[in-house]
Ligand binder design. Sequence first.
Ligand code: JAH
Length: 270
Amino acid sequence: MRVDVITIFPDYLSPLTLSLVGKAQERGLLDVRVHDLRAFTHDAHRTVDDTPYGGGAGMVMRPEPWGEALDEIAGADDDRVPLLIVPTPAGVTFTQARAEEYAAQPWLTFACGRYEGIDYRVVEDARRRMRVDELSIGDYVLGGGEAAALVVLEAVVRLLPGVVGNAESLVDESHVAGLLEGPAYTKPPTWRGLDVPEVLTSGHHGAIASWRRAEALRRTAQRRPDLLAAIDPETLSAADRDVVSTTDRGVIAARPMGETIRSNEGDVAG
Ligand code: JAH
């Protein structure tokens, strides 16, 4: 996979040489190129921003450097164009499903804006020749798109075929798709007076699998009832439904809470 990142802060992307993403590059599975938007300016001050039409606070990124950068970096190459990702709080939400879709692409380009964003004609123009995803990684405002690009790449690169350690762990993950994972433990069996749940040291693989499934269902019901509600009940076993029906937030168990004050009893507020 080829990845281009266009930014006024190329150094912000240096974490990409580390860890998993760096290893994937060393192994030739990934080719990341970071570009300085200011290289596509022509004035002495290398200006990338200007005041907003219609007034208002802050500055907007000028379209001309972006247009030239995208022509040069993301122009058709062997008749192929990248999928252009524009991080913005106004974008569609980044999810695991979207990470999987991106991992299947041969070429991604990130346009990382700053200030109040990029002149929107840049998106409109790019859409004349490539798919453009305006993408949000969550409901908060960053100083720019760079950190969002790092997040997206971290999620995508671990899905690439041949990236170390993904074969087993990805198979493992599909089993709990759409659920939160339960807690994990390692040695020693007792630490600061706290024991590892006995079932995990029992050697009973069936009992361990059932316990993990139940913990995942309980934790999801407690912390993310929205995720539980999105699961097709037909995909839950009778044992799964038993577990969910004995939690106080399971959709299947959904019932009025009456007058009992229980807002402080769970893992999360609410
Ligand atoms: C802020 C350009 N969803 C996270 C996110 C992504 C991008 C931005 N903010 C938040 C952002 C300023 C300028 C992009």
